[in-house]
Design a protein around this ligand. Structure first.
Ligand SMILES: NC(=O)c1ccc[n+]([C@@H]2O[C@H](COP(=O)([O-])OP(=O)(O)OC[C@H]3O[C@@H](n4cnc5c(N)ncnc54)[C@H](O)[C@@H]3O)[C@@H](O)[C@H]2O)c1
Length: 325
């Protein structure tokens, strides 16, 4: 199959590209490189450096590439930027999405997979939330993910697309950008490998469901390419992609610190890593957010394969190697 991945030079998108190539599919990428990098992609993958807000440019790429399916990962994904600049957030996450949907239907694309978010839709939940949990987004970013699903549903019904929204929990892994506000595993890897203490917001008792990036990519590959009874034209299927396992930030820091110590010791650097420091709590941070991916198991045959400590080990190894490149 020929698949176009928007945001394919980013963290999750580039793992989707790897998964599609490994399964023998043809891939092209749209990315404006605002947070992604060419280095995340094999040199053979065509990269169109295009802003999805530019509808004409997006349409031009679709006319050239003629994909059979689209994996839409490109987004403005900073919650705090969405609060500061809701208009910019809506331009990328709503207008950009509509541009991609319009180009897809105009060029005969049949399947559309959208990166949604369980984290921002369900709010504070202490047991893994199923997809039937009422959506209650509180930030402009969360609102655009919810509205994005509504647009997807409209385009599916009106234009016959088979559409899937994958509602990720907190994704982590190699290639995640450590410079933003999200991606606490990447941020702590970078800090601790530099011998600096990790900063934990507030008391650190904030529980999240961490899912490994390549596992999330496998869910995308299944949703894009498999013949699935639950994924049919004219309908939207929304599926949670997470582990249902909660880890708080204090535990997370200890796992990352242990793994960084091990890697440094292997290199003959037995440095004592500094203890974490506690900063102010972030206003509005949810205490607990967990999602149930039981339905993704039924519809996609998907389940997470990498447990948190093993995923952290692979992530630390990648950041350690990236540091010495
Ligand atoms: N990382 C998570 O924990 C998480 C959780 C839930 C949902 N998501 C969603 O998953 C998707 C991928 O996130 P990620 O973590 O890989 O982030 P990322 O920043 O690594 O990837 C986003 C990619 O989109 C590109 N992009 C951004 N704006 C663009 C624009 N206007 N035009 C073209 N390209 C643009 C960026 O350059 C980047 O390569 C996003 O839609 C995000 O909202 C991520």
């Amino acid at each position: 199959m020929k698949i176009l991945v928007t945001g394919g030079a980013g963290f999750i998108g580039s793992h989707v590209v790897d998964g599609l190539l490994a399964a023998g599919h043809h891939v092209a990428v749209i990315d404006d490189l605002s947070s992604g990098s060419r280095d995340n992609l094999p040199a053979t993958v065509p990269l169109h450096i295009v802003d999805i807000v530019d509808g004409q440019a997006v349409r031009g790429v679709f006319e050239r590439e003629r994909p059979e399916a689209v994996c839409h990962q490109a987004a403005q994904m900073s919650v705090s930027r969405s609060v500061r600049e809701p208009l910019f957030d809506a331009q990328v996450n709503c207008i950009g999405l509509i541009n991609v949907l319009d180009a897809a239907v105009a060029t005969g694309c049949a399947r559309f997979v959208f990166a949604s978010s369980g984290g921002v839709l369900y709010g504070d939940v202490t047991v893994p939330a199923p997809e039937t949990t009422p959506a209650n987004p509180v930030s402009p970013y969360g609102i655009t993910k919810w509205v994005g699903e509504r647009y997807l549903e409209f385009y599916a019904k009106e234009h016959g697309l088979a559409a899937v929204a994958l509602r990720y929990s907190n994704v982590y892994g190699p290639r995640q950008n450590p410079h933003g506000e999200a991606g606490v595993v990447a941020i702590f890897c970078k800090k601790l490998l530099a011998g600096e203490p990790a900063t934990i917001n507030g008391d650190g008792r904030y529980v999240r469901d961490y899912v490994f990036g390549p596992d999330v990519a496998a869910a995308n590959v299944a949703a894009l390419t498999h013949t699935l009874p639950g994924v049919v034209p004219k309908s939207l299927t929304s599926l949670n992609i997470g582990t249902g396992v909660g880890v708080d930030v204090n535990e997370l820091e200890a796992v990352v610190r242990g793994e960084v110590s091990r890697v440094l010791a292997e290199r003959g650097r037995l440095a004592h890593l500094p203890d974490p420091v506690h900063g102010p709590a972030r206003p509005g941070d949810l205490r607990s957010n967990l999602i149930s991916a039981a339905r993704a198991g039924e519809v996609l045959g998907w389940r997470p394969t990498v447990a948190f400590p093993a995923g952290v080990a692979r992530t630390v190894a990648w950041f350690a190697a990236a540091k010495t490149r």
